[in-house]
Ligand binder design. Structure first.
Ligand SMILES: *Cc1c(COP(=O)(O)O)cnc(C)c1O
Ligand SMILES: [Zn+2]
Length: 429
């Protein structure tokens, strides 16, 4: 049976090349549903391992290497790739693991993707799908990284990119990319949630294809963060996967990936998922904490602009991911996020603020006895340090309002004299 689009609410199915984003019958979220029985005979650890020695452009990509699990019937010529993925799985030095509160911590650095965030893994599949459905324009609402990525992948295949930002809340590195890659950049006088509602309306009224993570093909690409990480670990499953939660696309994709890998026998058990939200943007945490009685929305506010989202589009899929994996949700303050970021940065690894919510979240969950100190934990760093240089410089110069940087690395100014330099060496801080 070929893969189909399947509504997670009413179960209705649609052919894969239909240009729909949500279910036309009921408005529910769609999954790309694969025939797992058929796949069982096709995929194996050995198949993926063999591709590591290949120069084929699809084998070289850390997304398309696993193509049978995303697009069993991929029209190869249409795939738009920048060789994304292949990101480093760092083992945190003891002082960083200590800070997190665990003995063994690994960091999967998705900031090492071509445009500096994991969004490239979803965009390589999303833009490929845009070509499959014959779109010539793509649109997204973005806190910055989706737009940087979409602008790049659209430019690579000569598609027009329409990018809508919530005015005033997009980190410098991200806007710069989108402008540079030649997108049509539009600032919307509203927050992210209002901007997303606008582009959804646009996608249903105008000839533009929507590439937010509501688009199920984005999530297929993002599944490979889990697949590649497990491949890197020799398919040895960790105890915990920790991820920041904004629009909850990644959380949803991780759940689907783990569920499918387990069903296919590529892994022998499931890790638990921990989704970390910022205190000021915590709708999933609120609903989780009261056992899903209400679906909360909030007016989001946090320094971690990539997760400054009050009404996550993939709420239902994230909840399903938590059910599949015995997962948990927690929240962390901006102070905890920025302090954790300073530790990740000073370890030489570096990330943008939203990514650091993971380490802050692990610290909290260890404190609360949810994660055991001897657990095997993998955190996903979602974006590159240079995405948000403002946040770095303001933290270290202690000029962030309402924040007391615990690990500020102050700049020194000296006269051009050796004794002044020598004095700093004997007194390094
Ligand atoms: C998009 C993004 C997030 C949020 O991911 P969701 O899939 O929307 O939950 C977190 N961190 C960074 C750096 C991002 O770009
Ligand atoms: Zn439906």
């Amino acid at each position: 049976m070929p893969s189909v689009l399947k509504c997670m609410d009413c179960g209705q199915t649609y052919p894969l090349d239909r240009p729909i984003i949500t279910c036309p019958a009921c408005g529910g979220l769609l999954d790309v549903a694969h025939d797992l029985d058929a796949l069982r005979g096709t995929v194996s650890r050995a198949l993926f391992e063999g591709r590591l020695a290949s120069w084929d452009r699809l084998d070289r990509s850390g997304v398309w290497r696993y193509r049978e699990l995303l697009y069993p019937d991929l029209p190869r010529d249409l795939a738009v790739t920048r060789g994304e993925g292949n990101t480093t799985l760092y083992t945190a030095q003891p002082r960083l693991a200590d800070y997190a509160g665990v003995r063994q911590l690994q960091l999967k650095h998705e900031g090492e993707n071509p445009t500096g965030s994991f969004k490239d893994r979803g965009m390589t599949t999303g833009v490929t799908q845009a070509r499959i459905v014959g779109a010539s324009s793509v649109i997204c609402a973005s806190t910055g990284n989706t737009s940087a990525s979409m602008a790049s992948y659209a430019a690579i295949c000569d598609m027009q990119a329409l990018v809508c930002f919530p005015v005033g809340y997009v980190a410098l590195g991200k806007v710069a990319q989108s402008v540079a890659y030649g997108a049509l950049n539009i600032q919307v006088e509203g927050d992210f949630d209002e901007t997303l509602a606008l582009v959804q309306e646009a996608a249903s009224e105008l000839p533009v294809y929507l590439l937010n993570s509501l688009n199920p093909f984005r999530l297929e690409g993002q599944k490979t963060i889990m697949i590649e990480m497990l491949h890197q670990r020799g398919w040895h499953v960790p105890d915990w996967i920790v991820v920041p939660g904004g629009n909850l696309g990644n959380s949803s994709a991780f759940g689907k990936a783990l569920h499918e890998l387990h069903a296919l026998g590529l892994i022998d058990r499931l890790p638990r998922l921990a989704i970390i939200q910022a205190e000021g943007a915590n709708p999933l945490y609120r609903s989780y904490a009261e056992n899903w009685q209400t679906r909360h929305t909030v007016r989001a506010e946090t320094i971690a602009t990539a997760i400054r989202i009050g009404s996550p589009a993939n709420f239902a899929k994230a909840r399903r991911a938590l059910e599949w994996t015995g997962g948990v949700v927690t929240e962390v303050s901006d102070q905890a996020i920025m302090d954790a970021k300073a530790r990740i940065d000073a370890a030489g690894i570096g990330c943008e603020p939203a990514s650091a919510a993971t380490v802050a979240g692990i610290r909290r969950l260890v404190d609360e006895g949810v994660i055991a100190p001897d657990a095997d934990v993998v955190a996903v760093l979602t974006g590159h340090l240079l995405k948000d240089p403002d946040a770095v410089l303001k933290y270290h110069s202690e000029s962030l309002p309402a924040l007391a940087p615990r690990y500020a690395n102050r700049m020194h100014t000296i006269p051009p004299a050796l004794d002044a330099l020598a004095a700093l060496l004997t007194d390094p801080l």
